[in-house]
Design a protein around this ligand. Structure first.
Ligand code: FES
Length: 253
């Protein structure tokens, strides 16, 4: 059951001028939360109620009794979040949404771009005994995040940058295509997060090759509990908050 919490800020780290990692003490979320799920954060100064609607964020990692939120600044709510410091308090609601499939598979391929990689970090904490390949994509090497965390959890990490500053020069989906040509489809499971065009390519590739695939999709949200229809995704035709954010091309156990 999702809960309303007042969470003390444990730490706030600036990874680039626009990317931040916020750690919040949230023991109840750690007890109930699983990778792929998200929380709604009320991003307002006490007494202002602006912005009125809470913002949805994937849970990037579980460091009991704290959770980590990886975010990029893009509006009034996230700029408010950048000013949080240890000792401040955040109001949140969660955990919400569907989680990733945690079943054992012969080879897991995790592919992510931009801040979309956040839920993949949490996933590697729960499937660390499996063979994992993580493909990270970004515009430039300064926006490749959590590479060391993935390696420390036993994953092979492959990198792609659009400007060629690190790893493969091009898109992470190009690495994915090469990888799946070398392995039998039935031994693979793909998990993807990131920008919509990338997710659509991953989905089409998985369908064509008959590979089990799950994606964590992103939509603007208002209520987070299926009541407002504000998060309906036109491509997958679902309410992202309750029927997602994880979508699958198979019926997960
Ligand atoms: Fe209201 Fe999903 S955010 S229905």
């Amino acid at each position: 059951m999702p809960v309303y919490l007042k969470c003390p800020v444990v730490s706030q780290e600036s990874l680039t001028p626009t990317h931040f990692l916020l750690k919040l003490k949230a023991e109840e979320i750690c007890h109930q939360g699983l990778p792929g799920m998200f929380v709604m954060i009320q991003c307002w100064e006490p007494g202002t109620a602006d912005p009125f609607l809470p913002r949805a964020f994937s849970i990037c990692d579980y460091e009991k009794p704290a959770i980590e939120i990886f975010y990029k600044t893009w509006g009034i709510g996230t700029y408010w979040m950048t000013r949080l410091k240890p000792g401040d308090t955040v109001h949140l609601f969660g955990p919400l949404g569907k989680r990733f499939d945690l079943s054992p598979y012969t080879h897991r391929i995790l592919i992510g771009g931009g801040t979309g990689i956040a839920p993949l970090v949490a996933l590697t904490r729960f499937i660390s005994e499996q063979k994992i390949t993580v493909i990270l994509g970004a515009k430039t090497q300064d926006e490749l995040f959590f590479e060391n965390t993935f390696r420390e959890r036993g994953a092979t990490v492959l990198l792609a940058t659009e400007d060629g500053s690190r790893g493969h020069c091009g898109l992470p989906t190009e690495i994915l295509n090469e990888l799946i040509q070398r392995e039998k489809s039935e031994s693979l499971h793909i998990t993807g997060c990131g920008p919509l065009p990338m997710l659509q390519k991953i989905w089409e590739t998985a369908e064509r090759a008959k590979i089990l695939c799950q994606l964590a999709i992103e939509s603007p949200m208002a209520c987070g509990v299926g009541a407002c229809l504000g998060c309906t995704d036109p491509f997958w035709g679902i309410k992202t908050c309750t029927e997602g954010p994880v979508v699958s091309n198979y019926s997960p156990p």
